[in-house]
Design a protein around this ligand. Structure first.
Ligand SMILES: Nc1ncnc2c1ncn2[C@@H]1O[C@H](COP(=O)(O)OP(=O)(O)OP(=O)(O)O)[C@@H](O)[C@H]1O
Length: 303
């Protein structure tokens, strides 16, 4: 990772509101060209983290460093309801914001096309659907090509088709080189769109890494003909140094890395054969996103 890839660095940032620590000891460096999903339950600290990055909120402790780009603006954010004027047309809104951000004349057309709002440019914003208003707000946020784009729960109140279109737009903006950080309280919302996942829980980062690696390796599920023989097999495996957990009628064995599962499966197979225990199942089971979320949010979990 070069510093050129990193437009913003948070170094041990804490933000307290009275006795509430909304963000605690967060060190974080989202990257350019990536969509980073910032995921956490309601009240986890997502909005506070975004506000700290924008400078709307000053950290109680720690530092936020934002690198200045050679062209365009460093940062743009859509954190609360977008500042749009309902009585003016979409075009007029974009022109006003373009003047405020110092964006060139061609910028209105460029962002309108990118956010797919060209067809409503002549319409009054107050009469636009929620989906179009959201896209217009994103168009405003894209003026003057920000290197960092922060979108706080941008899919709120959008229908599935509008969400799908927004995902495509978010992807495209990152592919053009920006760091796009999108918060959501739903883990699945950005699956397939986000490259990176940052999970925040009770103000602390519990996972920060590739989206695809979040669920971790599959576990091995083993079942014998009866619960008694499953328990016997578990004790044999423990004696052989294999840690597992009896879950209902099956044994679940966590694996750490590639290929390890096959080796363990072989040892399970030999242990069962040696004790004359017949297996009815020996399979790899990938954890679900929800299971991975539970694991990451239990105390002490860290990437
Ligand atoms: N201005 C404030 N004054 C006092 N407490 C605040 C303030 N802003 C946030 N908090 C508290 O900080 C914690 C984190 O809130 P934050 O809004 O950052 O969470 P969030 O993850 O964005 O939640 P949501 O998904 O519900 O928007 C919560 O306990 C919240 O009540």
């Amino acid at each position: 990772m070069t510093t050129r890839d990193v437009p913003v660095v948070l170094d041990n940032v804490t933000k307290r509101f009275g006795t509430t620590a909304a963000v605690q000891s967060v060190s974080w460096a989202p990257r350019l060209g990536r969509v980073t999903a910032l995921v956490g339950l309601n009240g986890a600290g997502k909005s506070t983290l975004m506000r700290v990055i924008t400078g709307l909120v000053r950290p109680t402790e720690g530092r936020v460093s934002i690198s200045a780009p050679q062209n365009g603006r460093a940062l743009s954010a859509m954190i609360e309801a977008p500042a749009l004027f309902g009585g003016l047309t979409a075009r007029r809104n974009l022109r006003l914001h373009a003047a405020l951000t110092g964006a060139g004349a061609g910028e209105v057309e460029r962002v309108a096309e990118l956010a797919r709002v060209n067809e409503v440019l002549g319409r009054r914003v107050g009469a636009l659907s929620q989906g179009y208003r959201q896209r217009l707000a994103i168009a405003v946020a894209l003026l003057a090509r920000p290197r960092i784009l922060l979108l706080d729960e941008p899919t709120n109140a959008l229908d599935p088709e509008a969400i799908q279109q927004l995902r495509g737009l978010i992807r495209q903006i990152a592919d053009e080189g920006s760091a796009v950080i999108v918060s959501s309280h739903q883990l699945r919302e950005l699956e397939g769109t986000a490259d990176a996942l940052t999970l925040i829980h009770e103000g602390r980062i519990r996972y920060d890494g590739p989206f695809g690696a979040f669920v971790g390796p599959p576990s091995l599920r083993v079942r014998a003909t009866s619960e008694d023989s499953t328990r016997t097999l578990m004790s044999l495996l423990e004696r052989d140094g294999i840690q597992g957990e009896i879950n209902g009628p099956a044994i679940h064995i966590k694996q750490d890395g590639d290929g390890e599962g096959d080796q363990i499966a072989q040892r399970v197979f030999s242990a069962a054969a040696g004790a004359d225990i017949r297996l009815t199942e020996l399979s790899h089971v990938a954890p679900t996103l929800e299971e991975a979320f539970r694991t990451a949010t239990t105390a002490g979990a860290q990437s």
